[in-house]
Design a protein around this ligand. Sequence first.
Ligand SMILES: NC(=O)c1ccc[n+]([C@@H]2O[C@H](COP(=O)([O-])OP(=O)(O)OC[C@H]3O[C@@H](n4cnc5c(N)ncnc54)[C@H](O)[C@@H]3O)[C@@H](O)[C@H]2O)c1
Ligand SMILES: [Zn+2]
Length: 366
Amino acid sequence: MTASTVHPVRLDLHTGERSSTILIAENIIDRLPMVLEAQRIGPRRFIVSNPVVWRLHGEQIQRAFGGVEPILIPDGERFKTLQSVSRIYDALIRANADRGSVLIAIGGGVIGDTAGFAAATFLRGIPLVHVPTTLLAQVDSSIGGKVGVNHTLGKNLIGAFHQPALVVIDPAMLRTLPRREFRSGLYEVVKYGMIASRPLFNRVAGETKAIFDRDPAVLGPAIIESARIKADVVSKDEREGGLRRILNYGHTVGHALEAVTKYRRFSHGEAIAYGMLAAADLAVARGALADSERQALAQLITLLGPLPPIADLPIAEVLEAVRRDKKVVHGRLHFVIAIQIGATMTVDDVTEEELRNALSRLGLKG
Ligand SMILES: NC(=O)c1ccc[n+]([C@@H]2O[C@H](COP(=O)([O-])OP(=O)(O)OC[C@H]3O[C@@H](n4cnc5c(N)ncnc54)[C@H](O)[C@@H]3O)[C@@H](O)[C@H]2O)c1
Ligand SMILES: [Zn+2]
């Protein structure tokens, strides 16, 4: 057992309006009620989860709380809707929840975003606690205060900023996570390495097996480092004025790939992996990144497993999707490029030609 079993790592996220505390420790979930009390959260608590997560971890949580009935939302991105938010409101109102009631989201990014939006809006906002159970949620979606749901016409179109009072991250919960979901989050960890930390990048590259085995001694520090990077960036720029854009590294092309394949072919992380490769290629082509650095990224991505094919995807369609994306401001493409592993800059003069060349070299259909 590591020392962190006893003393969780604590990160603080400060923004203009509110601050939130992030606690990270192996098996911290067993002590959740104590942790909440220590943070003066409660006493009226409502848990939101989904049947998959609850089947795997509900017993453990019920044991910790001495019995508790969760509000369950069906599993999957297609239930990240206003209708699910409405179901949460119904349950809260029926149970006479009030301003002092706390919503605890236990699940992946879908549960966190949906329950988070309910917490942001119910009675104009009640306290929110995130207990993220996917790697993506632990290093990304639970940190930063963005909450929201999808609309039939587009993803994440309805949302708010609502900083959680507390985020409780237990890496042990990831042991039940299917490998492809785990990999999806791992590409975001690689992203943090690319934008802010060569040691993190090297850790993933050097200890891939231990990470896939969910070895706490290796995975724990990678999660802590990733969460720290996200919390630091958000503390400096909550509303995405500038710095927060670096978190979008690899996401311009990644989002476009997801959109042209109707979100069916790639996991989010897999699309981001391609996006990072395209960004690195583009950076090398304009002389901003050494080719050896691009190769190190390509090697690591290969090491993490096979990616779905892209050879059939027309470059023109992907470029069209990039144009539609909100990252095109006044016709200019804001693009984050790594200038070395661990350091980035944002440029706003990327031409369509450069992007087309990068996509072509990536292997898309010309
Ligand atoms: N708010 C933000 O800042 C932010 C950032 C990034 C992504 N997101 C959102 O996050 C969502 C994606 O999140 P996700 O990747 O966690 O997907 P998800 O929530 O759909 O979880 C993936 C799958 O894993 C299952 N699962 C969760 N925890 C598990 C566990 N411990 N063991 C076994 N199975 C488990 C889920 O039930 C689901 O089937 C998207 O909707 C995306 O828009 C939000
Ligand atoms: Zn992402």
